[in-house]
Design a protein around this ligand. Structure first.
Ligand SMILES: O=C[C@H](O)[C@H](O)COP(=O)(O)O
Ligand SMILES: C=C(OP(=O)(O)O)C(=O)O
Length: 350
């Protein structure tokens, strides 16, 4: 018999159901209360009812949970020192969109060796989110895969749809049903319209395919997510965080009847992919806020315990602790210095 299906599929392996993983790593009452409170604070900030700025700061990707917990402890300490001006949310990114190919993150390949033990990755991810929530560190995640939210989204306070997926209908549908605020990045070529279209789409209700708690394919019907905003991340051609870029974005949001609230990613196209330039982007944007800008509500920084990045080799014993294995990051010392300086300047606001 001639086979016409799965000609290019080499294996299909069922995985643990979301309900079962949630039983292994249950959400405590404290976690529920903390995540709900963090989401409310973020909503207030992006709606500009709370004049603090949200800063999504942390590693480009998580590959070592011990280092992530150490980073979270430092962030929690720093948060206590700056929280009258800055609401810090940790970047805890488990899924990486690749330009072509490469390691796709801790969920996809937790052992970083091509074994792709996705059930294990989901378990490590959920376990880490429980630990970080117990430490009272709010978590930000990139929503890349359309299935994983059922496993982890209850512990997340803010989500990004990345530059490579903002134009995707399925990601917009996903965003329309998520229980937390979502930032849509501009395209890698600088296109803002795709983020505007994404916001309009995600605010509407949708019917689409997903999975339920038992892992069964289901029709998901959503109400629409009003808590969506744009994230300016620059492009391969130029940055887009300068006052004229912000004014242009405000104008586009106004023309599309979208709330004037903007997050600036200090990394990616805005730093010309040079992590050392993130503090200068941060300083410029903080200057705009101190000078009276009302629409900038958030910032993003790629930061790790140690600066730079490293390649993963077959012998993981060779990896340097606290260094990114994806994009290069600002080190902790520089991150702390930059955020304390931002805090000091914001305090001088009228
Ligand atoms: O922030 C992450 C990266 O810029 C993104 O995942 C693309 O990475 P790549 O171009 O190395 O694949
Ligand atoms: C991939 C990322 O960003 P972007 O989608 O802007 O490239 C990221 O923040 O990890």
């Amino acid at each position: 018999m001639i086979k016409t299906n799965n000609l290019k599929v080499t294996a299909i392996t069922p995985i643990i159901a979301p309900a079962d993983l949630r039983q292994v790593f249950p959400m405590t009452d404290h976690a529920r209360e903390f995540v709900s409170r963090s989401r409310e604070r973020i909503k207030e900030i992006i709606q500009r009812r709370d004049r603090r700025l949200m800063v999504v700061v942390g590693p480009c990707s998580i590959h070592d949970t011990a280092a992530a917990v150490e980073y979270a402890r430092r962030l929690a300490d720093l948060s206590r020192r700056v929280d009258d001006q800055l609401f810090l949310v940790m970047r805890v990114y488990f899924e990486k969109p690749r330009t072509t190919v490469g390691w796709k993150g801790l969920i996809n390949d937790p052992d970083m060796n091509g074994t792709h033990l996705i059930s294990k990755g989901l378990g490590i991810a959920r376990g880490l989110l429980c630990t970080l929530t117990a430490l009272e560190v709010p978590v930000a995640n990139e929503m890349l895969d359309l299935i994983t939210p059922e496993y982890v989204a209850d512990l997340i306070s803010w989500g990004a749809i990345g530059a490579r997926t903002t134009e995707s209908q399925t990601h917009r549908e996903l965003a329309s049903g998520l229980s937390f605020p979502i930032g849509f990045k501009n395209g890698t070529d600088g296109n803002l319209q795709i983020a505007v279209d994404a916001m309009i789409a995600a605010r509407a209700s949708h019917n689409f395919l997903g999975i339920n708690r038992d892992g069964r394919a289901s029709i998901i019907q959503t109400a629409g997510n009003p808590d969506v905003h744009i994230v300016l991340r620059g492009s391969t051609r130029k940055p887009n965080y300068l006052p004229e870029d912000i004014a242009h974005t405000e104008d586009i949001l106004r023309k599309n009847q979208l709330p004037p609230t903007i997050m600036v990613d200090c990394s990616h196209g805005n730093s010309n992919k040079d992590y050392r330039r993130q503090p200068e982007v941060l300083e410029n944007v903080i200057g705009q806020v101190v000078d009276g800008n009302q629409s900038i509500s958030g910032l993003m920084i790629e930061s790790n315990l140690e600066e730079g990045n490293q390649k993963v080799t077959a012998d993981h014993g060779q990896l340097t602790y606290g260094v990114s294995i994806t994009d290069a990051c600002l080190g902790w010392r520089e991150t702390e210095k930059a955020l304390l300086a931002a805090h000091k300047r914001l305090r001088s606001r009228k």
